[in-house]
Design a protein around this ligand. Sequence first.
Ligand code: BGC
Ligand code: CA
Length: 258
Amino acid sequence: MSVALSSKSGEFGDDSINLMAPAGRSKFGWIPQISGWCIGAAVCLGCLLLILILGVVAHNSSAIGHRDSMCENMIDSLTADRESLRAERDQLKDTSSNLTKEIEALQSQYKAVAASRDKLQEEVNTLNLTRARRECHQGWKAFGDKCYYFSTSGVTKSWALSRKDCLERGADLAIVTTREELDFVSKTYAVTWIGLSDKDREGKWVWVDGTELQGDEFWQDGEPNNSDGDEDCAEVSRSAKRFNDVPCSRRFSWACEL
Ligand code: BGC
Ligand code: CA
């Protein structure tokens, strides 16, 4: 194949490629004419470029959309967390406020109870003073902070009837807890009933007020021995100045205390 360029017309022969615009088709005679396949290729390239651009744009849009969606989810989640924390904070504020009120109420109650306790303590002190200074009824004897009634000389009764007499006087048989009191109670009569017995349970010596006897130093040597087999009541004798267990049916003088 030969390429022939005509300086006049710019046309080639039959089997040649015409690179010049035919005379009369271009206002610039020197620009070569573009053949059909070149235009097709350019259009294809343009289309491909367009598709590529559209693809990139679509991909970016999708990525941005995805990212926006993630951000929205995150914002929603954070907003929900914030609301939940606010609610929790408000609840804690309420609880704290209630606790503060409770503490204040308890403090005020404590003050009232403490004041009441102090007042009662003062009353107890006053009563103890009054009791220590009080006069005993006629026929009664004062010793320490108590008053004692000793049965009439020559009158004797069983332990139970002696106690009954004390109770009728608004008192009870004497409860002896100190050496001084023991000396005082035992010196009036040869033998005197006191308010101590083990009638409810053998060997368990209990005072008439329900308290248990503490220690055994006030018993005579070898006592209590229950020697009679039924010695459930305690007496004190002037000679021994200590306790002995004897049958409750015995008749002795007695000492009441108030
Ligand atoms: C005993 C006492 C007993 C008393 C009874 C005395 O000889 O020593 O233990 O209680 O007799 O009367
Ligand atoms: Ca005895």
